[in-house]
Structure formats: C-alpha cells, structure tokens
Design a protein. Structure first.
Length: 426
C-alpha cells in the first residue's frame, strides 16, 4: 500500500514485470483482485461506518490473503437477464442472494459472473459492483470464499488451451488462457468472519467507490494494458518486416500511429500517478485520469487489432495447418519454398505468423478483443464514471469568467455612443 509517489512507482514496475511474463494477456492475473483489496483496505474507515464487525472481517481477511499469498478471482456482476427489470425482480435463484442466516453466518443461493481465472484461483471474492436499490437487501452482501467451498459450482467456458494444437501453433492460448466462468452458489455457507458487507445496498457501492478499491483495481488494468500495447506495437512492426512493407510510407504512417497509441497509454498511466493524491496515509492515483484512460482504451484496442489485420493482409491466413505439416518431407519442402520473407527464414516466418494469428484472429485473440472492450463495463458505464469524477465546476468556471468579462450594455455603449447634448442657448 503506497505511502508516496515513489512507492507507487516501485509497485507499478513490479506489476509491469509480472504482466511481461504473459505479454499482458492475463487480464486477471493474481495482482488484479489483490489490487482491489489493497484499495478497499486503504478505505477501512468506510467499512467501519458500516459496522465494526464488517470492518474487522475485511482487515483480518486482508492479512490472511497477504500472509498466504492467495490467488483471488472475483464475481462482482450479475448474469445478464431481463434488463428492463431490477435485479431484485429477476427470476428466483438467478442472482446470488441471502436465503438464510444463523449464528454461524449466512447462506447464499444464485449466480454471479465473470469468474476469470477462477479455475486457477485459491479464493473468490463475491460482491456487487452494479447498483442496488432499497428493497434489494437480500442481494446486498460481499464476502470471500475458498474455491472448494461446499455448494460452489464453477461453469467454465470452452478452454482455448485444451483446443490448442501445440505451443508452436498457439503460443499464447496454449499457455495464457484464463478461462472465464459463471459461478453458481448452491446454498453456500459464508461465515460471519468472511462477510464484509451485510444487507446494505449503498455499502455495496461504497465498498468500491468510496474507498480507493475501484481506482486501484482499474489502475492495475491500465498497467497491464501498457505492456500489452507494447507487445502489439512490436507485433505490428514485425508483421511489416516479415512481408517487406516497412519502407512503404503509408505503412510507416500506420506504425507511427500505433506507436503513438502505445505511448498514449503510458502517458495516461504516468499522468494518473503524477497527479495522484493522499488519502489519509496512502497515495492513490488520480481517479478521473484513470477513468479517462478506461474510456479511451476500450475503444482503442479493437482499432489496434484492426490495424494489425490490415497490415498483415493474407499473411495470417495462408499458413500451414499445424506443426505436423513439417513432419511430412514434401509438405515441408513446399512450405519452405512459399513462406519467404526478408531477413527471416521460412520456418521462423511461420512460427511468427502463427503467434500473430493467436494474438489477433484466433478464438483466444477474439476473446481478448471482447474482453478489452467490456471488462470495465459497457461504454455508458465507463463514460458515466468519467462524467462523475470530472471537475465540471472548474471547467464551467472558465465559461463564467469569460462571460463576466463583458456585458451587453457596455458593448452597446462602445458601439453606439449617446449623441453629445447641444450647448445651452444655441
């Protein structure tokens, strides 16, 4: 938990090094939910207003998770259903809710999503990021559970790793797939000491937004994205080199624009850090700059992927079916005859373009485009955060200062002075 700008920089460099191990393709690496907990622990005073027992539960769990180095996932949104209805009006057992309680704790039943990396995690944090309203107190809770809790069911999506042919054919999806999952709580018991929010709809919001929790969780996401953007910029340059188009002015323009976009992510990251502030004894990133980065980058990522597709053309499609083609002498001869590149051996060209396709066009790559567009919420959600945290008073004050610097009467007086009164007696 950084106490100053220097400690925040040290923390950020560690996270960039961790993201570098997966080239930015692990969106929910262990430092993500950990960052959420760090921010919430910094705002322990918010939990204390909710109740000393719930604040103690959070503080104790933070120490437990830190001491044991837990890999946490989280499920903090509800399954998509009838959008015209409030969450409390959905069909029974759709949204996770409190169905019972006793001296040992509460019992929950229903579903939550999206448990990214849940198949690898030790524990899951269950909470409500989406707004709740009075009357929905049964839905209003937050807790942490071990992934082997009795009654917890994990329904994972298709595994891209399981479908990968080989590391040569799928170097990213064979090693860095983080399996998203729906979680269903079938009468799962939550001990009181693992319960952080209890039947308080506004506290579900405050847990993220009145503490630095939401800031720290999405600041980590931008740190990871800075690494991923650097990877994609390098991929774009290598594609142009492989097919011999780097010297074409229009291609250099595209590469230069990609480099600027990668630099923009780093610049926004540096801005939210440099313009950070103290919250009590803790140093936190600038919240509006963080939300600004979210809004811009969720549109940026699909544009970058589309640029990579344009640069590659058919090169990403006309590839051998798999590594097994190289085992056949006649096929290997044809591959090495047709897969030519400037300064790149045919085998190396195939190896590289297989990696590029895995990042851009495979099921794994397509999932990442969808992920970067929506992991922080739909556009109206992220734009709403930006609207809420912008300094509109200062911006509007500039308009007021301009308008106060002149008035109608003064302007008319200068343009149409009153005629001089005639001298007396004439």
């Amino acid at each position: 938990m950084p106490r100053n700008y220097g400690e925040m920089m040290k923390r950020r460099k560690a996270m960039q090094a961790w993201a570098g191990l997966t080239f930015g393709f692990m969106g929910r690496s262990p430092d993500h939910v950990a960052s959420t907990l760090v921010g919430q622990r910094m705002g322990l005073d918010v939990f204390q207003k909710h109740g000393p027992q719930r604040a103690k539960a959070l503080a104790d769990y933070f120490e437990e998770a830190s001491r044991n180095d837990y890999f946490l996932t989280y499920v903090i949104i509800n399954p998509q259903a009838e959008r015209a209805k409030d969450w409390g009006e959905q069909v029974e057992e759709l949204v996770a809710r409190i169905v019972d309680e006793d001296s040992g704790g509460i019992t929950i039943r229903g579903a939550k999503m999206l448990g990214t990396s849940s198949i690898m995690a030790n524990e899951v944090m269950v909470a409500n990021l989406q707004p709740l309203k009075p009357g929905e107190e049964e839905l209003a809770f937050s807790c942490a559970l071990p992934m082997n809790a009795k009654g917890l069911r994990v329904l994972s999506r298709k595994s891209y790793e399981a479908a990968a042919v080989s590391t040569f054919d799928n170097p990213l999806s064979s090693r860095f797939d983080e399996n998203d999952a729906l979680m269903y709580f079938e009468d799962v018991k939550v001990p009181w000491e693992r319960l952080f929010v209890y039947r308080d709809t506004d506290m579900c919001r405050a847990q993220f937004h009145d503490t630095p929790g939401h800031s720290y969780q999405n600041y980590q996401a931008q740190i990871r994205l800075s690494v991923k953007m650097r990877f994609l910029a390098g991929l774009a340059r290598r594609i142009a080199d492989a097919i011999g188009t780097t010297s074409i002015p229009s291609v250099r323009e595209q590469l230069g624009f990609l480099a600027a976009q990668s630099g923009m992510v780093n610049a926004m990251l540096a801005g939210m850090e440099a313009e950070g502030s103290m919250r009590g004894e803790w140093y936190v990133p600038n919240r509006h700059y963080m939300y600004s980065a979210q809004v811009l980058t969720q549109d940026l990522y699909p544009r970058v992927i589309n640029t990579l597709r344009e640069l590659a053309g058919g090169a990403l499609i006309m590839l051998p079916s798999s590594i097994h083609d190289f085992a056949h002498p006649d096929l290997a001869r044809i591959i090495r005859t047709t897969q030519r590149a400037v300064g790149m051996a045919p085998d190396d060209k195939v190896k590289f373009l297989k990696a590029a396709w895995d990042a851009v066009g495979s099921e794994f790559g397509s999932r990442h485009t969808q992920y970067e567009m929506f992991y922080a919420g739909a556009r109206f959600v992220t734009s709403g955060h930006s609207f809420r945290t912008y300094d509109w008073e200062e911006a509007s004050g500039m308009i007021d200062r301009l308008l106060a610097s002149y008035d109608l009467a003064g302007e008319l007086g200068e343009l149409h002075p009153a005629p001089a009164r005639a001298a007396r007696g004439t």
